[in-house]
Write a protein that binds this ligand. Structure first.
Ligand SMILES: Nc1ncnc2c1ncn2[C@@H]1O[C@H](COP(=O)(O)OP(=O)(O)OP(=O)(O)O)[C@@H](O)[C@H]1O
Length: 231
């Protein structure tokens, strides 16, 4: 369970998140939506401990996280796939994956086989440099790298940005499988409505740094879409 209560966040003097309240259930698939610049990425970075909060509280699995840094997230089972992927271009696919194994939580020092079952292309390209992969392959690598630590919560920031349709489908299927078969909590920022509807079972709508509506995806009405998502 991830819980934010009355969270404010500022970049220098500019306040981005305002009195933000949010509760994400264990085992759910939650899609955070809203127009460009409303604070979706900032919210994920706050959850990840990459940005400090000015006031309010953040708990993950009932642990108080306001003061804890990003390094603690893998230790408590939170995986993150950042916007833009951020893989290491000079390292091979295998080296990119093995970097996660340095985390203390990880007792085994081998890459779990199920990762290659989810993303077979990575096994074929194990010794290729990350920077030489296509955008879609890099995105698979970014997700796989987060999965190496067997997280119980996986947080993804626009995993489909600039990705071709067949890889978008693969990512959709992988996220559904991780949730349904591994019980993983999935939290994603997604702009594209069809993908959000296919993967999310809960929606969170943001506007001007606040959560203004939440509920089951089936209740994301055309009126809400028109008001808060349509450009
Ligand atoms: N490092 C920063 N310093 C100052 N302001 C920032 C910084 N990063 C983001 N912002 C501002 O914070 C606001 C929210 O940005 P954020 O990236 O969280 O929005 P978003 O909803 O994820 O947008 P998008 O859909 O375009 O990715 C924007 O006005 C942005 O310009």
């Amino acid at each position: 369970m991830i819980k934010l209560n009355a969270v404010d966040q500022k970049y220098g003097g500019t306040q981005i998140l305002w009195d933000l309240n949010l509760s994400i259930k264990k085992g759910s698939r939650t899609c955070i939506m809203g127009r460009n610049g409303v604070g979706k990425t900032t919210l994920l970075k706050v959850i990840m401990g990459m940005l400090p909060i000015s006031s309010g509280s953040l708990t993950i699995n009932d642990l108080s996280m306001e003061k804890s840094t990003v390094e603690l997230r893998p230790e408590i089972g939170v995986g993150y796939v950042p916007q833009g992927r951020h893989i290491f271009p000079q390292l091979t696919v295998e080296e990119n994956l093995k970097i996660s194994l340095n985390c203390k939580r990880q007792k085994s020092k081998t890459i779990p086989e199920y990762i290659y079952e989810l993303f077979p292309v990575l096994k074929e390209m194990l010794h290729r440099r990350g920077g030489d992969l296509s955008g879609g392959q890099q995105q698979q690598l970014a997700i796989a790298r987060a999965l190496v630590l067997n997280p119980s919560i996986l947080i993804l920031d626009e995993p489909n940005e600039g990705i071709q349709p067949n890889i978008v489908q693969l990512i959709r299927d992988v996220l559904l499988k991780l949730n349904k078969e591994h019980g993983m909590t999935i939290v994603l920022v997604e702009q594209k409505l069809p993908f959000a509807r296919a993967v999310g079972e809960e929606f969170v709508l943001m506007e001007k740094g606040q959560v203004i509506s939440t509920g089951p995806m089936t209740q994301l009405t055309d009126e809400l879409v028109g008001k808060y998502l349509a450009v």
